[in-house]
Design a protein around this ligand. Sequence first.
Ligand SMILES: *Cc1c(COP(=O)(O)O)cnc(C)c1O
Length: 232
Amino acid sequence: MTTIANNLHLIRSQISAITQAASRPTASVELLAVSKTRHADELRQAWDEGQRDFGENYLQEALDKIEALSDLEICWHFIGPTQSNKTRPIAENFSWVHSVERFKVAQRLSDQRPDSMEPLNICLQVNISREESKSGILPEELPQLAEQIASLDNIQLRGLMAIPASNDDPDLQRQPFSQLSELLKQLQKQLPNQPLDTLSMGMSGDMAAAIREGATIVRIGTALFGPRDYSQ
Ligand SMILES: *Cc1c(COP(=O)(O)O)cnc(C)c1O
């Protein structure tokens, strides 16, 4: 087996062990393979082992891979920064956007979503650790933004995404995830008619803590494909 195949099987068994230990239903956590900087051939190796969901951060790089892998049935997730002048290719090529933080962007994604496609699934990115440098809205801004976005035609508001401040302590890692989970519960009460079922949280370094706090999508790059090389 290739390294990627091996890693994939290992991550899957970790996810299922952690899910079980947390008394959560089997298959309640989906693995999103984060493939930024990786070559199309590496994604194909993961696809050959049954991986179908891939997450990309950079639009042009993503579009090149979508083209190169157009013979495969892949569910593409956009997880990088969203700019309002680059929404059309996102609306036309992706099934999910995890990183929405402005109404204007959501509105354009909705307007530009082709009628022939299913509504675009989106998550709102929350700056859960309140870091100056991080993308995302603050928790107190969530109710108003969610309310506005819920009214858009070609968008399904699915839930929340966060990248907490990094922390090596597994117990402290759980705090921001627990906060995000609480915010989703509040949102479900506020907007009972939206399909709010998604907590996109947990990466290679904090996947276990995120699953224990209710993650439904974990976004894994390094543990699957190895360390990234940004020099090329
Ligand atoms: C790169 C990235 C990941 C994957 O991080 P790893 O630590 O490599 O698993 C997950 N989510 C987002 C938004 C990312 O940009």
